[in-house]
Write a protein that binds this ligand. Sequence first.
Ligand code: UT7
Length: 323
Amino acid sequence: MRRSILRAVGGYLPDRIVTNDDLARTLDTSDDWIQERTGIRRRHIAAPDELTSDLAVAAARRALARADLGPDRVDLIIVATSTPDHTFPATATAVQRKLGCGPGIAFDLQAVCAGFAYALATADNFIKAGQASTALVIGAETFSRLLDWTDRGTAVLFGDGAGAVVLTALEQPGTALDQGILATMLAADGRHYAHLQVDGGPSSTGTVGHLRMNGREVFRHAVGELTGAARAVLDAAGLAIDDVDWLVPHQANKRIIDAVGKKLGIAEAKVVVTVAEHANTSAASIPLALDRLYTSGRLDRGDLLLCNAMGGGFAWGAALIRW
Ligand code: UT7
């Protein structure tokens, strides 16, 4: 069967680093509180003239270079983002232009923190259907532009960044030992729309708005949905948690990641945790964590990766991938 192979990954974090202590100078918060409740130590913030598409392009260039592929080969670009450069056109078309890609399919996908899982599953379906053969799947965010910097409940949690993967099509035997994306799962439940949202938009207020969150409600649902999504893709592929080499979860809160790892029964050493260094980068967090795993030299061809994510909507999903 035709599978989508993860040929390469790339990540990009803006230069400017803001520590917890930096935030504590203007907010009623502390490094201790932030680290204890979230595991976050610092976040990267985009320069004023740095757009989501710039972050996306930097990550995509690294991924394409590692895949040894030129931009002319890309026939599908999906940018998962909730912080597009403009309301329209799609940030994916800005990426297409800046990378120097020829005409192809390019669009944005908005599933907030589950955006990368949604984009990966969508690209996988395009490839399996034969409608694309080389895809760039990018998660890129400038959440710093959506934050209310006077709200300690949200300002400390998020950061900017981008991660990208290059997918190519490859014929495989069609077993659980295949290379590439073995299973994906997506879900959303709009009854929870108000728990994590931005209080503005082109159709409601005509403004960009600020991020608002009922953190406790998100936390309460996150552990269950993330665990369920992980189990669903393992079941779909006929594999078990012991087969997984790396859990690469959405990086929102170390406590959520630990709780999910514990519920799934996976060894802590197999869980990739990068939230300390870049906070919650929404759709960028899984490919950034994957990039960190790759650059650490610990990822081997044939390793089984389990990715899961959950966020606003609520929307959630998972993917099981053999590297
Ligand atoms: O990708 C999905 C996006 N979001 C998430 O995954 C977030 C999910 N939720 C969380 O991670 C956690 O709920 C938070 C980290 C947001 C909050 O942690 P918590 O343990 O649920 O704390 P809490 O909301 O119950 O607040 C405890 C106390 C409150 O004070 P009172 O009411 O007990 O007096 C807050 O006002 O901590 C206070 N607080 C803070 N204190 C210092 C809230 N934010 C801060 C802060 N610094 N930054």
